[in-house]
Design a protein around this ligand. Structure first.
Ligand SMILES: Cc1cc2nc3c(=O)[nH]c(=O)nc-3n(C[C@H](O)[C@H](O)[C@H](O)COP(=O)(O)OP(=O)(O)OC[C@H]3O[C@@H](n4cnc5c(N)ncnc54)[C@H](O)[C@@H]3O)c2cc1C
Length: 426
């Protein structure tokens, strides 16, 4: 391989330090003839971020993304659609810029197996050879603990925890709720994707009901002992704004459903409702377990926190929600973290392809939540790699919770989303 190694390494270091904070910067490319082939499973937050990072650093590397979805629909801001503030069009994007500007190839198929010895990924239609494989398949919704569950019940108990058809379904159900109607949201035990997401959703639904419907109720059935993120700020907003609408019930996980009467069952009571939003437990997709990327007894993929390589199989990297927090460290399952992980992993993959030193990872997370159609709250943290603990740790003094809800934070939230969508997709 002919390439300017020193220059590439220097640019990678700069890129790593800045990648989480700035839009992509122009960096040197390799002029290697056969720079390698990277296959990525998942055109979501982690997968797209990894793909673009690799192509920006080294355009000659062939990058193929496998995902059955032909469009990117953002989970972040999908609660705004359910709260009737935005439309699906506002959160849906195509992959044209990534294809045209970076030469990233998309294959709209589903990955079903991996042959790690031959370095082949098997989809529902073909076998694809890779040099490096990156997996960012998100989460699998796990209904196995819900008594009476049947997969045909999605229409009656949508999760809307993967943005798409169920987001539209739930949004329409909220819009069509009759006066006097009852909405119930069930929240699973952590870890699940986007810890504050269910509470933001509850706030936005309550905000819509307050202005548009009469005598409605929103019952939050939380499996957790308390609100798992930004608890004080959510409770304050609910007390101030929705005392007549929201009933928050901790330690009240949904254990079963009755479709005919549209009822949620907890260990203590049955709650009949007009709109039932069942957010089930989550785990890494079964596909990862089947190919041996998850340790026995665990639910999430085992990775090395320095570069997100699999700690079980060579030449495979896993990023995003599917990774195990007990390996990575206490980072939330968020789009912003998946974006950071994708960049760190993209750099690590280029380093391996060109036999370069890997750079120490840094990650960032800011999580905005609206508490009404006018105001938001936020929490932020910056992370780096802690050698002693071999984990990603938040940097002391670099984390913070917004002191109070404000309209500025609502504006910041939309700005954050438009910037990070551009970062991944343009
Ligand atoms: C309501 C809601 C609100 C949220 N709000 C925020 C927020 O404000 N800020 C924030 O940072 N995060 C937020 N999140 C969390 C964020 O959406 C996730 O953390 C993020 O999507 C994780 O990225 P990922 O790449 O791991 O998975 P995803 O983005 O889900 O991407 C996974 C992709 O893999 C594909 N895939 C899966 N299996 C296969 C297979 N076998 N073959 C091929 N393709 C496959 C899927 O089709 C999907 O496109 C929110 C989540 C929800 C549900």
């Amino acid at each position: 391989m002919i390439m300017n190694r020193r220059n590439l390494l220097k640019k990678m270091r700069n890129f790593s330090l800045l990648s989480s904070f700035l839009p992509f910067i122009e960096v040197a490319s390799s002029n290697a003839k056969n720079a390698g082939k990277v296959v990525i499973v998942g055109a979501g937050w982690g997968g797209l971020s990894a793909a673009k990072t690799i192509k920006r650093i080294s355009p000659q590397v062939e990058v193929i993304i496998i995902d059955p979805n032909k469009k990117f629909v953002s989970c972040p801001m999908s609660n705004w659609v359910i709260g009737q503030l935005k439309s699906m069009d506002d959160i849906t994007f195509n992959f044209e810029a990534l294809k045209n500007n970076y030469g990233i190839k998309f294959i709209h198929e589903t990955a079903i197996n991996i042959d790690p010895d031959k370095k082949i990924i098997i989809t529902d239609k073909q076998n694809i050879i890779y040099d490096k494989l990156i997996l960012s398949p998100g989460v699998q919704l796990d209904y196995s603990t819900i008594e009476n569950w049947n997969e045909n019940y999605i229409q009656d108990f949508p999760a809307a925890w993967k943005a798409g058809e169920e987001t539209i379904l739930l949004s329409n159900k909220i819009k069509n709720l009759p006066n006097g109607g009852v909405v119930a949201i069930s929240i699973p035990l952590g870890p699940y994707r986007c810890p504050p997401g269910p509470y933001e959703r509850a706030s936005l639904i309550a905000s819509y009901l307050k202005s548009n419907k009469k005598n409605t109720k929103l019952i939050i059935l939380d499996s957790n002992q308390k609100i798992v993120s930004k608890g004080g700020l959510f409770l304050e907003a609910w007390e101030d704004l929705y005392a007549d609408i929201i009933e928050y019930r901790p330690n009240s996980g949904v254990v079963g459903v009755d479709k005919n009467s549209s009822t949620f069952m907890t260990d203590f009571e049955n709650i009949k409702c007009d709109v039932a939003n069942l957010i089930p437990s989550q785990k890494a997709p079964n596909f990862l377990k089947e190919v041996g990327l998850i340790n026995k007894g665990a639910n999430w993929a085992a990775v090395n926190s320095y570069d997100f390589s699999s700690s079980i199989l060579d030449n495979i990297f896993i990023v995003g929600d599917a990774t195990s927090q007990s390996n990575v460290g206490r980072v939330p399952k968020s789009g912003y973290i998946a974006n950071s992980m994708g960049k760190v992993c993209g750099l690590a993959v280029v380093a391996e392809l060109f036999d370069l030193e890997k750079v120490s990872p840094s990650l960032i997370n800011t999580c905005y939540s609206l508490v009404s159609n006018e105001e938001g709250i936020s929490v932020s943290a910056v992370y780096d790699y802690n050698l002693d603990e071999n984990k990603i740790k938040s940097i002391p003094g670099a984390s913070g919770l917004s002191p109070a809800r404000s309209s500025i934070i609502k504006d910041n939230a939309w700005d954050w989303a438009t910037n990070i969508w551009e970062d991944m997709l343009s």
